[in-house]
Design a protein around this ligand. Structure first.
Ligand code: PEP
Length: 248
């Protein structure tokens, strides 16, 4: 079984303008990427095409969301077909802000995942518990429920990266400790082993997200079941390059 290639995603959320995005593209290109790392950045939708055109080809571009059908009367939405048309390869689905700010359900996110995969995109599939769920001892239950929604659809896990992003750690400056993150990543791998297969459990990349910075990335990256990061705030700054290289 091939080793799981380190994966670092940058989720720019609803941030940036032409000038600041030029700056981000500039420091990313200057870094030359890293042949041992899959690097995928997710600009806001209006900038997808220009960022794709400006970035070196070894740095890929993802959308932050996409709807569950190819086209039609769905004002405000974008489709996987459109992303493919732009030459994109990735989409982030199930981000906690989509789940908890915009009320996306497990069922909708599963439908979107199936459609994105059918359309030829790869998916960064985000899961994670809220603080009150963790405090109520429901961390495993919540993450497993969110994963079960796509297991039930018999998705092709070779096209999926799972991002474990505890909601209490996203944008809060409260990173999960390497031990806390490793514990959940190991549970996710056990879940995949039981519900899907040994091969999928061993080969699927499970990345961590939640206040990752250049200062904490190296320690997190040492854990055996942490295969990379999904980075929000810190992906807008030149230090993102240190996170990309955290394992080297
Ligand atoms: C995210 O948006 O996926 C995220 C993890 O954000 P931050 O790194 O800012 O916590």
């Amino acid at each position: 079984m091939a080793a799981r290639k380190f994966f670092v995603g940058g989720n720019w959320k609803m941030n940036g303008d032409k000038a600041t995005i030029d700056g981000i593209v500039g420091f990313l290109n200057a870094s030359n990427g890293n042949p041992n790392v899959d690097i995928v950045v997710a600009p806001p939708a209006p900038y997808l095409a220009s960022v794709k055109a400006a970035l070196q080809h070894n740095i890929k571009v993802a959308a932050q969301n996409a709807y569950k059908v190819p086209k039609g009367a769905f004002t405000g939405e974008i489709s996987p077909a459109m992303l493919k048309d732009l030459g994109l390869e990735w989409v982030i689905l199930g981000h906690s802000e989509r789940r908890h700010v915009f009320g996306e359900t497990d069922a909708l996110i599963a439908d979107k995942t199936v459609h994105a995969l059918e359309s030829g995109l790869q998916v960064v599939f985000c899961i994670g518990e809220k603080l009150e769920e963790r405090e109520a001892g429901k961390t495993k239950e919540v993450n497993f429920r969110q994963l079960q929604a796509i297991v039930d659809k018999k998705v092709d896990f070779s096209k999926i990266v799972i991002a474990y992003e505890p909601v209490w750690a996203i944008g809060t400056g409260k990173t999960a400790s390497p031990e806390q993150a490793q514990e959940v990543h190991a549970w996710i791998r056990e879940f995949l082993k039981e519900k899907v297969s040994d091969a999928v459990s061993a080969s699927t990349r499970v990345i961590y997200g939640g206040s990752v910075t250049a200062d904490n990335a190296a320690e997190l990256a040492k854990k055996p079941d942490i295969d990379g990061f999904l980075v929000g705030g810190a992906s807008l700054k030149p230090d993102f390059v240190k996170i990309i290289n955290a394992r080297n």
